[in-house]
Design a protein around this ligand. Sequence first.
Ligand code: NAI
Length: 351
Amino acid sequence: MHLLDAMAREGFEEVIALYDRESGLRGWIVIHDTSRGPAFGGVRRFAYRSESEAVMDGLRLARAMTHKCRLAGLAAGGGKAVLLDEPDVRWDLAYRALGRAVERMNGRFYTGPDVGTSERELAPLVAETRFATDPGPDGPGELESSTAEGVFRGIEAALVHLDGQADWSNRRIVIQGLGSVGRELAQRLVAHGARVAGSDVDPDRLQEAVDELGIEGLNPTDVLGQPCDVLAPCAMGGVLHDLSLERLQARIVAGAANNVLARTLHADRLHARGVLYVPDFVLNSGALIRGTIFHLEGRREPVSAIGERVARAVTAVLEESRRSEAPPTRVARRMAAESTELSSGLPLDPA
Ligand code: NAI
């Protein structure tokens, strides 16, 4: 790994190595771009196999945050904290140490939850810095609802783009993952009259959604090959790869999960097959919009207005994709990069 070369190639501003003697914390804070405003990005704690894997993930995620901010029209840029999830770390102290590091940046970087960092881990961090998302009543609140509303309105925009109308009562939507976002998305779709099917690897969550929302329950292994109007991956990233792509029978793929496509070339394959893939980083920016506006403007943007913003961004990307005949993922990256005069960043993609 050539960290400085990667930084120079992609215009990264700063990478801070974190080590805390007391807790054993090891990780990085990556700042991609603050030319429009402070960098925003959550804390990812993951059992990376090596330091270089962690830092490269941090670079990729921070850059994606810049793109997300640009496409959502926010006066903010991208950053990320990545922590090595190692056995002997004293995590309560480690999150405190991270909070102090964020505080020292004095508002150049705002952070919050991400994979491996939930409300519980955030509490000690928030105690040390003003620049982190407070999950309690003093924070922005309704983050998952903001994401779910954005995904819902983005799906609606994609249906209108293809067929001229949402026509919910004639749609079958399949959701992978009925967690915080997937479940709220299902609620909205059911309320609009769509036929919803879903799966979760947690059988209790699945049963709850079936009982309470009246959706059709699916076996997790059957989800990706379901014939449907929209497949909404709301569980994990990387679910569309060489093998799963072959089974796909959806017209549209649009969900909350980050990095749904294992590789960018899968965006090209979907496009060639006539499947409309709505880029996840356009669709799932609801919580980012809510958090950014809360921190920078001191107000809570209404969830419905967040949905409007996401729908507008999705429509802009899909219209440009139709005009240029290029896959929406490449179009969205280009639009974000043009607006930042930064590279569209393909070299940092997962191989
Ligand atoms: P969550 O952890 O509440 O829900 C994820 C659900 O997916 C869980 O119920 C889990 O059991 C299930 N799951 C995991 N693997 C599965 C599989 N193979 N098949 C079926 N179900 C599976 O997470 P949340 O907050 O709902 O987020 C969903 C996705 O959206 C995540 O990938 C997250 O990174 C992404 N995202 C979430 C945002 C938010 O505001 N919460 C914002 C942007 C992205």
